[in-house]
Design a protein around this ligand. Structure first.
Ligand code: PHE
Length: 368
């Protein structure tokens, strides 16, 4: 870097000015050519353009001030030209980027593996629920949902559980506190099944209806290997003219074969639900022993899997209050409801329902 002080000016004629400025420009170019890194760029800027000690500042204070009036214009022009040159040199040097050494220090090894992000995966309950839903979607069913905090009316009364009816006791209900001043039908509870969404659907939509409703339900049950106070159901509802029990049997037989394999058989046992008449429990041939009898099916060869039945006319009567087309003389339908955990546990060989809710990655990773 040029260090020698700016010399005194011998004379201010054109030839002397040319010579003096040419010498300065040569120095400025040589200094710029020697720049190697960011630090050199800054040193160069200070050396040449620094406000107090920069060389151009010196030129201005020594030469410009000493110049006779008639030489000032010519000197000023040369000064400005030199300044522009220095600024351009500086810009080029700064733009030429970091030095090789600086680059080497910052270099990364692109052959190293990147940061791995854990990919999320469907929970086995969600996956099973989606599987069940898609079996029915393929049959033309639409998908609906409803609220988890439900009124007594939708959860019980409109599903044909009259107030005080003993059938209510079969679904140990968790109720929301401090609602004694409300009429019973408006009191809130955690829905004990997805069936209330049958009524919500019919109130919104006249027949025909084909819908499946996946969702979470709550019961005041003690937890054991196969029970949990929170679990999931998929509800189904089909209403149209001339829907018969054969349609119900055919639909569910197909669904069980789609879920568990085409060799699975189904059978229907009389049962009771307030909102269906007749009602049935559906059993499938044991998927573990093929029906021969084993520990899982308690040697019976059959496993009970879901509830179903023909929609009770009393339920249609509640729907008809909002949608008169639900006239049980003109239409009929079937409904069914299945527990998702139970199906997931069978499909994946899970023996404790609690492992589905524990959030243990060692368990869940097996399904990722
Ligand atoms: N809601 C019933 C239950 O939770 C299941 C069911 C649904 C039965 C639809 C028949 C028809 O036990």
């Amino acid at each position: 870097m040029t260090n020698e002080p700016i010399p005194e000016m011998g004379g201010f004629d054109e030839a002397s000015l040319d010579k003096a400025f040419a010498a300065l420009e040569q120095q400025a170019r040589a200094d710029a050519a020697a720049i190697k890194g960011d630090e050199d760029v800054e040193a160069y800027r200070l050396q040449w353009l620094g406000r107090k000690q920069g060389r151009l500042n010196d030129v201005s204070s020594r030469w410009l001030k000493a110049a006779p009036a008639e030489a000032k214009k010519s000197l000023g022009q040369r000064f400005n030209a030199l300044k522009t040159t220095v600024e351009q040199l500086l810009e080029q040097a700064a733009g030429s980027g970091p030095s090789d050494a600086a680059l080497a220090a910052e270099a990364i090894d692109i052959t190293l593996p990147g940061t791995r992000r854990l990919l999320g995966a469907e929970h086995p309950i969600t996956r099973t629920m989606n599987e069940i839903v898609s079996v029915f979607a393929a049959l033309g069913y639409s998908v609906g949902v409803g609220p988890e905090v439900e009124t007594d009316f939708y959860n019980f009364e409109s599903m044909n559980f009259p107030p005080g009816h003993p059938a209510r006791d079969t679904q140990d209900t968790l109720v929301i506190a401090n609602q004694d001043r409300r009429p019973l039908r408006d009191r809130l509870l955690l829905r004990t099944h997805t069936s209330p969404v049958q009524m919500r659907t019919m109130e919104k939509q006249p027949p025909p209806v084909r819908i499946v409703i996946p969702g979470k339900v709550h019961r005041n049950d003690a937890q054991d290997a196969t029970h949990s106070p929170i679990f999931h159901q998929v509800e189904g509802l089909c209403v149209d003219t001339n829907i018969t029990f054969s349609d119900l049997k055919g639909t569910l037989d197909h669904a069980m074969k789609a879920l568990f394999g085409s060799s699975v058989k189904t059978r229907f046992f009389p049962s009771f639900f307030p909102f269906t008449e007749p009602s049935a429990d559906v059993q499938i041939s044991c998927i573990f022993c093929g029906g021969k009898g084993c520990r899982k099916c308690k040697q019976s060869g059959w496993i009970e899997l879901l509830g179903c039945g023909m929609v009770d006319p009393a339920v249609f009567a509640f729907a008809a209050e909002k949608q008169p087309a639900y006239d049980p003389k003109k239409i009929s339908g079937f409904a069914f409801g299945m527990g998702v955990e139970r199906i997931a546990m069978m499909k994946y060989g899970i023996s404790e329902i609690g492992s589905l809710f524990a959030g243990d990655m060692r368990f869940l990773n097996q399904f990722a």
